[in-house]
Design a protein around this ligand. Structure first.
Ligand SMILES: *Cc1c(COP(=O)(O)O)cnc(C)c1O
Length: 428
């Protein structure tokens, strides 16, 4: 993608924008002329296509009432399956292995209820100490439900430096007493990608099922879940996939597990042709759809139709290529322009180990974020000291990145952050 060597100039940023073969997608999103959005890894922006498919679904309700389940622009009865098919390429799965359902945390509950099968001394769950808290809460409650004490039965692999996990340390923790492994694909703070292929192989050598939380990687990096033999995965659709606040989430179940009874059953897990027989014996779908529970939140599925269409069209490989390059550019600018201000890049420098954002550490991070917002830049803060910046392939430009660093440099030179308190807001 890049032609000339890195230069810290606005001209160079513009040149990169001109060479960017995804730049036309920016116009499809609601960006604002007076602000720069760098928080697509927390909540992606609204696109015009997502807005359109949401409005079409509302019109289906208006026009068809109950018949919207089978008729209209986007029939609701099979929408979760259709969106699963549309997402399959993003995770390297076949269409029946993905279903769009529930929320991230509910899907983890479902998958843990299904695949955590403690037997004798093999009864612990392995996770890590840097994992997103909701996952830990879910696993703790799953252990309690089975009569185990989370203090002894939830094993958390330690990080050596508070930023990264070493695959060797995770593998060393795959001992005989582990019944299930849950790990992130990409760590939400540092953006480190775990080596999912290697971890899956090692888990399987020891006979342990392994599942991944893909919230921070979906839509940002390619995956090959089926090729790697991953047992299951789950992710949200409102971050890099731009499905909207509270968008319905997704889960992946490897086809080798089709037929495994869901731990948490509900009638939407039925085989489609059987569901309305209304029998009191569940006939589960012979696909990932079996792990649905109840009626899908149709209006929170609808924006995904338009949004996923864009990912199908742009292709995850092209998206990843730009994402790597624009994040690299961001890090180059940080090093070149912000060297005097005490920042530390807390993300992996190697492309193959870094997801879709850069984590910038600074003791004054909370109030630097407030100063950025005052200057029209939307970053994201993670306590105690991390500014996450996510230049997103589909709607951020290289000029955005250049402008953000120019603003950040001015904030530091003028100590503008001193006007604010160094504490996080309620929603950070
Ligand atoms: C965003 C995120 C979640 C959120 O879970 P919800 O159930 O959607 O609230 C969970 N795990 C990770 C790693 C995340 O980044």
């Amino acid at each position: 993608m890049p032609t000339g060597a890195f230069q810290p100039t606005a001209d160079y940023a513009e040149q990169l924008d001109q060479e960017d073969n995804l730049s036309r997608y920016r116009e499809e999103f609601y960006t604002k002329p007076d602000s720069i959005y760098m928080d697509g890894n927390s909540l992606g922006l609204l696109s015009k296509r997502a807005e359109r498919t949401l409005l079409e679904s509302l019109a289906d309700w208006r026009e068809h009432g109950i018949d919207g389940w089978m008729h209209g622009a986007h029939p609701w009865f099979t929408l979760s399956e259709r969106l699963g098919e549309m997402s399959a390429a993003l995770v390297g799965a076949s269409p029946e292995e993905v279903i769009v359902t529930g929320s991230t945390t509910v899907n983890l509950h479902q998958l843990a209820a299904t695949f955590y099968r403690p037997q004798g001394d093999r009864s612990k769950i392995l996770a890590d100490e840097l994992t997103f808290p909701s996952d830990i809460y879910a696993l703790q409650s799953q252990l309690r439900l089975r009569g185990y004490d989370p203090e002894t039965h939830l094993v958390r692999v330690k990080s050596r430096d508070g930023r990264f996990l070493e695959e060797e340390d995770i593998i060393a923790a795959m001992t005989d007493d582990i019944a299930l492994i849950i790990l992130p694909t990409v760590l939400y703070r540092s953006g480190q990608i775990l080596d999912m292929k290697r971890l899956t192989e090692e888990a399987h050598k020891r006979g342990i099922p392994i599942g991944f939380d893909g919230c921070h990687s979906i839509g940002a990096i390619p995956h090959a879940f089926s090729e790697w033999g991953v047992d299951f995965a789950y992710w949200c659709n409102y971050k890099h996939l731009n499905g909207g606040p509270g968008a319905v989430a997704s889960l992946y179940v490897n086809r080798k597990h089709f037929g495994t009874m869901p731990g948490l059953s509900g009638w939407f897990g039925s085989r489609k042709d059987k569901q309305f027989d209304m029998e009191h014996t569940l006939t589960p779908a012979d696909a990932a759809g079996a792990y649905q529970i109840g009626t899908p939140h149709v209006l929170s599925l609808a924006p995904l139709i338009g949004s996923l269409e864009m990912f199908e069209e742009a292709g995850i490989d092209r998206i990843r290529r730009k994402s790597l390059h624009i994040n690299h550019y961001l890090m180059d600018l940080i090093e070149h322009e912000l060297g005097d201000f005490g920042f530390y890049i807390g993300s992996p420098r190697e492309d193959e180990r870094r997801g879709g954002h850069v984590s910038l550490e600074h003791p004054e991070a909370a109030r630097i974020c407030k100063a950025l917002k005052q200057n029209g830049v939307i970053p994201d803060f993670r306590a105690p000291n991390i500014i996450r910046l996510a230049p997103v392939a589909l709607y951020n430009s290289y000029s955005d990145v250049w402008e953000v660093i120019r603003i950040l440099k001015r904030i530091m030179e003028e100590k503008q952050y001193e006007q604010f308190k160094n504490e996080r807001e309620v929603v950070a």
